[in-house]
Design a protein around this ligand. Structure first.
Ligand SMILES: [Zn+2]
Length: 259
């Protein structure tokens, strides 16, 4: 079944129909979901969702736009959440020079601290990197050695994707790959092995064609699957099977419950 490695079902855009939507996902071929924490409140909400639904897991981490909320006290809280039985990774963490919401030094400081937290807790990481290709790679080379995880919503070059794959990381592919103007991402999918790709929605954001611009959900992943299958000239079933196996290899706590 489809494994959605990156969702935000705690977002207020789902307030009206969250329960109904989540209740129908498994009937529609969606097997497992990881709800990703981006703010401290988002981490708390993700854990609550994971406690409520057997097929939902959580990550905890603070997005570069939100690192202003981190201090010794909140970081201690974050560290404690890593021990929850349904917390499967630290993320989403990284650098965002598109919004530049926090100073770049502050972003880097908390990115490194959260990479170290993942190592301490023996968890994989979910990386967010926007318009910060070089700095992200430099920090990862120095501080993410021996870690694994996902470069989420990958937006860089084929060469950069190969660098991360060499380090043992996986590449998160979502709705953007279906956009007409996403030539670069289609090339990345074509050039890297299926064994290194995982599916993600980042919902409610980044809905694929033909639902571009609307609220996204895991139900739309079938369009991403079709696009990857057509780029790689393989069957959609093969895409679903392999990306699910990949996701279970990263989020090892989910793998146990599936097998
Ligand atoms: Zn996200």
């Amino acid at each position: 079944m489809i494994f959605d490695t990156h969702t935000h079902y705690d977002d207020e855009q789902f307030n009206e129909d969250r329960e109904t939507l989540l209740a129908h996902l498994q009937d529609n071929g969606i097997g497992t979901i990881v709800n990703v924490g981006a703010s401290l409140q988002g981490c708390q909400n993700s854990i609550e969702l994971a406690e409520k639904y057997p097929f939902i897991y959580a990550t905890v981490g603070v997005h570069p736009d939100e690192v202003g909320s981190l201090n010794d006290e909140t970081f201690t809280w974050l560290r404690q959440q890593c021990d929850h039985e349904k917390v499967v990774a630290v993320g989403e963490i990284g650098l965002d020079y598109y919004w530049d919401n926090e100073s770049r030094d502050t972003q880097k400081k908390w990115f490194i601290k959260q990479l170290n937290l993942a190592r301490e807790k023996n968890l994989p990481v979910v990386i967010h990197s926007r318009e910060a290709a070089q700095d992200t790679l430099e920090i990862m080379k120095e501080y993410a050695k021996g870690l694994n995880g996902i470069i989420h919503c990958f937006s860089y070059s084929v060469e950069m994707a190969k660098e991360y794959i060499k380090m043992g990381f996986y590449i998160g592919i979502g709705g953007v790959v279906t956009f007409k103007n996403s030539k670069k991402l289609k090339e990345v999918v074509s050039e890297i092995p299926l064994e290194r790709i995982v599916l993600e929605t980042d919902c409610p954001y980044l809905s694929p064609v033909p639902n571009r611009g609307k609220r996204n959900s895991s139900l739309n992943l079938k369009y991403v699957v079709e696009e990857i299958a057509s780029i790689k000239d393989i069957s959609p079933e093969e895409v679903i099977r392999q990306t699910e196996a990949n996701a279970c290899r990263i989020y090892t706590k989910c793998g146990k419950s599936i097998s």
